[in-house]
Structures are given as structure tokens and as C-alpha cells.
Design a protein around this ligand. Structure first.
Ligand SMILES: *[C@@H]1O[C@H](CO)[C@@H](O)[C@H](O)[C@H]1NC(C)=O
Ligand SMILES: *[C@@H]1O[C@H](CO)[C@@H](O)[C@H](O)[C@H]1NC(C)=O
Ligand SMILES: *[C@@H]1O[C@H](CO)[C@@H](O)[C@H](O)[C@H]1NC(C)=O
Ligand SMILES: *[C@@H]1O[C@H](CO)[C@@H](O)[C@H](O)[C@H]1NC(C)=O
Ligand SMILES: *[C@@H]1O[C@H](CO)[C@@H](O)[C@H](O)[C@H]1NC(C)=O
Length: 450
């Protein structure tokens, strides 16, 4: 039979807490380290105990000093009464010192008394045969009498001192007992409370956890990856709800390529849809998700906000060359932040055209359309110049929303463009421009297991 894990954890916690209190007691009674030399050394006392108890803020002598215990990896805030404990321990320490002083002074006093007694016995009794003086004898007897009185006084004060010591000792024991009892009671109470919390969590988990993985309990899939639990993984149009506050919409899911679970946000393959569009059209999306389309900046924002997403770009030219670019991080801000792009972590075969150079970098750029200029080009609108909406810099090393050309063209490079395309280096300034047959942008949660 094994103890349940939570019980073991609590046992350990209780041990650790007691260990801390032991350290506190030892420190305040000055038994470890060297109190006179000031402060604790990194001694055995503290090394054996990885737990630390200390004030959680800078505090002087006020009693309401908050304390905290650090139990790696757990930190518990202790009640403010803990300052009292330390104070009591300090009092105890000074009491102990007083007792020790009394003890040593008693010892001295006893030694003195013994010496006097010895003198008395060697000189006192029996008349000195060589002396005949009466006065001298009587003087001696009076001094002995005095001495005896003194002695009696001393012995009674000794008795008193002993009584005092006894009562003090009793008090010390009482005090340490009291405090130990308090501490233990407090620990017990805390552990009991934690036990309650842990067992309530336990019961919650045992009923709810297995249910979550079961497909019929997914009420609102947030993106295509949530449809991966379906028996039949088929490409097509599905409904997603990335944020319940913003409703449900249709997306095209690629459930077959590269492990599936991809939500397609842009697709071009035959030039049937123009991408020379306004801010409002890019905001809401255009085209049909089964055909050529832009999903819409609001929807892309909601999808990338709901989960950490990766981006995969698939490109193919008319010679049948296919390459891809993958980014481990992809996020599009909201309209208020002008749909700013965050993209990083490139891998792939098409080259990192979104971070082409210092002067051509699409990361952290705002979205620009022909009717809304948010680009880095000071004397014009890149969106209007190229007839597309995109995260233009000044202006671009990539533009997947450029004009769809069916064959190579000359002049302004306003077609679909990827600046690191392998065969681009063969292109001469005066010659024809590279053209693309298909382009597809799709996203999937970073934490995705096919
Ligand atoms: C007492 O005795 C001492 C010597 O032992 C002597 O010097 C002294 O004078 C005596 N005193 C009296 C008052 O007799
Ligand atoms: C644990 O302590 C908190 C605050 O001290 C209290 O609100 C709660 O009811 C306690 N829980 C149990 C199970 O005692
Ligand atoms: C989400 O819904 C809220 C409330 O309906 C709306 O104000 C907001 O503009 C929506 N955001 C997006 C990105 O659609
Ligand atoms: C492009 O493809 C769509 C969807 O397959 C089709 O409806 C449309 O007719 C095609 N247009 C052209 C110009 O080929
Ligand atoms: C984009 O469309 C507008 C109006 O629809 C037009 O005036 C403009 O010439 C187009 N731009 C390009 C680069 O095709």
C-alpha cells in the first residue's frame, strides 16, 4: 500500500515547516552561528535545511512585520504574529544570560565565604597561648560574631538566589514549551487547511480531467487544430470560435498537409480574386474560403490572440518549383494597433523574405492598404503603389497579396513576390519578373500534436 501523493507532499511540507521553526528558535536563542560575532554563518544548521524564513519586507522593530517562508518551490505567507515569536526568543536569550551572570556571581560569593570560614577555623578557636591580653580576645569574639552574621546573611541571599534561579529556569522551560506548542498548532492548522485544498482539487481533477480529451466535449473549436480529434480528417470548410465574445465564422481547414490542423488565412491559385482592396475589405476579409481569399485582419487577429500560432507559407512557381517558409511565432494585433505584424523564428526552403535585411523587414510593421497609409515610406503609400494590402516597410522584400500574373511581366514589381526565392538571382533588372502560380498562408497552434 502506498500513501497517496498528496499525503506525502503534505508530510514533506510539515517537515520542512518544522525545520524552519527549528532554525528560527536556534537563531533567536543564539545556539547556532555566533550571536556575539553577529549574524549567522553558513553553518550546518542552515545548510541542512533548504527552507528559509525571513521578513518579506524591510522592517525594524514593529510587531506587524510580515514574514515569509520559502520552501522551494513553494512560498507561504505566515501570519504577522511570527514577529512575536522572534521577540519572545530574544527575551528568552537575555533571560538566559541574566541567569548565567547570577550563577557566576553566586559562585564567586560562595568562594569568598569558604575562604573566610577557613580563616576562622585556623585563627579563631582556642586562646592563643602566647597572648594574655583580655581586650584582644574580646575583639576577636566580636569579629567572629560579625562574621557569622555576615555569613548568615550571605547564605540566605544565596538561598534566595537559588530560588530565583529555579523559578527562572521554570519560566524558561515554560516559555519554550509554550512557543513550540504554538508553532506546532499553527503548522497543524496550515497543513489541515492545505489538505482541504489539495483534496478538493483532487476530487475536481479526477472527475473533469479525462473528459476534456474526449472529442464530444469540445463545444466550440477555436481553430482547425481542434477538429483534429475527428475520426475522418478531411480538408474543407469548418466553423471556428476563437473568442466566444466575437462569434463564429467559417474557415478553410487543411487537415491533410504537414500533419493537418491548419487554418488557412490566405490562398491564391488562379487570379480570380483581386487583392487591390480597401482597409475595410482587408479588415472583414474578401473572396470565398473555398476559393481565393483573404480571411480578414479581425479574424486573423482573433485566431492569433486565442493561441500562440505558427505560420506556414507555401509557394509554387509556374515551373513547378515548390518551397515553403515556416515561422515559429505569428501574431497580428488589433485594428487599433493597425494590425501590426509580429513574426519570427524562420525555417524552411523559400528563404526568410519577411526579414530580408535591416532596410527590408516586415516584422513589427503596420498594415497598409491603398486607402490607408501606415508604411515606412515617407513620400508615398506602398499599398497604393503596388495595389495591395500588406505589412509594408519602405516598401517590401515580400508581398503575397500582389497582383496575380499568369505569366512573366515587366515594369513595376507589383506581382506576388517573395524576395528570397531561389531562382530570383537569375533575374536581370531589365528582364521579366518572377511569377507565382500558387501561394497559401496557414496557421496552427504552436502546441500541436498531430
Ligand atoms: C592585641 O594583641 C596584639 C598582638 O597580638 C597587640 O599588638 C595589641 O597591642 C593588643 N591589643 C590590645 C588592646 O591589648
Ligand atoms: C483556509 O484558509 C483560508 C484563509 O485563511 C480560509 O478562507 C479557508 O476557508 C481555509 N480552508 C479550510 C479548508 O480550512
Ligand atoms: C470583438 O467583439 C467586440 C464586442 O462585440 C467588438 O467590440 C470587437 O471589435 C470585436 N473584435 C474583433 C477583432 O472583431
Ligand atoms: C478559380 O478557381 C475557383 C475555385 O476553384 C473557380 O470557381 C473559378 O472559376 C476559377 N477562376 C478562374 C479564372 O480560373
Ligand atoms: C487598385 O484599384 C484602384 C481602384 O479600384 C485603381 O485606381 C488602381 O489603379 C489599382 N491599383 C493597381 C496597382 O492596380
Amino acid at each position: 500500500l502506498q500513501k497517496p501523493i498528496s499525503a506525502v507532499v503534505l508530510d514533506n511540507m510539515r517537515l520542512a515547516l518544522l525545520c524552519v521553526f527549528k532554525v528560527v528558535l536556534l537563531v533567536s536563542t543564539g545556539r547556532i552561528g555566533d550571536a556575539e560575532e553577529g549574524g549567522l554563518k553558513e553553518g550546518k544548521g542552515s545548510a541542512a535545511c533548504p527552507v528559509k524564513l525571513r521578513p518579506s519586507a524591510h522592517c525594524e522593530e514593529e510587531e506587524d512585520c510580515p514574514y515569509q517562508v520559502t520552501l522551494p518551490p513553494l512560498t507561504i505567507q505566515m501570519p504577522k504574529k511570527f514577529k512575536m515569536l522572534e521577540k519572545t526568543m530574544k527575551e528568552l536569550h537575555s533571560l538566559r544570560q541574566t541567569v548565567n551572570k547570577l550563577k557566576s556571581s553566586c559562585l564567586e560569593c560562595k568562594q569568598q565565604a569558604d575562604q573566610i570560614l577557613q580563616k576562622d577555623s585556623s585563627e579563631g578557636p582556642g586562646p592563643d597561648p602566647t597572648s594574655n591580653e583580655q581586650g584582644n580576645k574580646s575583639q576577636q569574639s566580636t569579629s567572629i560574631h560579625d562574621m557569622q552574621i555576615k555569613l548568615n546573611k550571605m547564605s540566605s541571599s544565596l538561598k534566595n538566589a537559588r530560588k530565583e534561579i529555579n523559578s527562572l529556569q521554570g519560566r524558561i522551560e515554560e516559555l519554550s514549551l509554550l512557543n513550540m506548542k504554538n508553532v506546532e498548532a499553527m503548522v497543524d492548522k496550515k497543513v489541515k487547511n492545505l489538505t482541504g485544498v489539495v483534496s478538493s482539487l483532487d476530487s475536481k481533477c479526477s472527475s473533469a480531467c479525462p473528459v476534456i480529451t474526449s472529442p464530444q466535449f469540445i463545444i466550440a473549436p477555436r481553430d482547425c487544430s481542434d477538429y483534429n480529434v475527428l475520426e475522418e480528417k478531411k480538408n474543407g470548410v469548418y466553423k471556428v470560435t476563437p473568442d466566444p465574445k466575437n462569434g463564429t465564422f467559417d474557415v478553410y481547414c487543411d487537415m491533410e498537409s504537414f500533419g493537418g490542423g491548419w487554418t488557412v488565412i490566405q490562398h491564391r491559385f488562379n487570379g480570380s480574386v483581386s487583392f487591390n482592396r480597401t482597409w475595410a475589405e482587408y479588415k472583414n476579409g474578401f473572396g470565398a474560403v473555398q476559393g481565393e481569399f483573404w480571411l480578414g485582419n479581425d479574424k486573423i487577429h482573433l485566431l492569433t490572440k486565442a493561441k500562440d500560432m505558427i505560420l506556414r507559407i507555401e509557394l509554387e512557381d509556374f515551373e513547378g518549383v515548390r518551397e515553403y517558409a515556416k515561422y515559429e511565432q505569428f501574431y497580428v494585433s488589433n485594428e487599433y494597433l493597425r494590425y501590426r505584424l509580429s513574426v519570427s523564428g524562420y525555417s524552411g526552403t523559400a528563404g526568410d523574405a519577411l526579414h530580408f535585411s535591416k532596410n527590408y523587414n516586415h516584422d513589427q510593421k503596420f498594415f497598409t492598404t491603398p486607402d490607408k497609409d501606415n508604411d515606412m515610406y515617407p513620400s508615398g503609400n506602398c499599398g497604393a503603389y503596388y495595389g495591395s494590402g500588406w505589412w509594408f516597410d519602405a516598401c517590401m522584400s515580400a508581398n503575397l497579396n500582389g497582383k496575380y500574373y499568369h505569366k512573366k511581366y515587366k515594369g513595376i514589381r507589383n506581382g506576388i513576390f517573395w524576395g528570397t526565392w531561389p531562382t530570383l538571382s537569375d533575374e536581370h533588372p531589365s528582364s521579366y519578373r518572377q511569377v507565382f502560380k500558387t501561394v497559401k498562408m496557414m496557421i496552427r497552434p504552436k502546441k500541436y500534436a498531430p
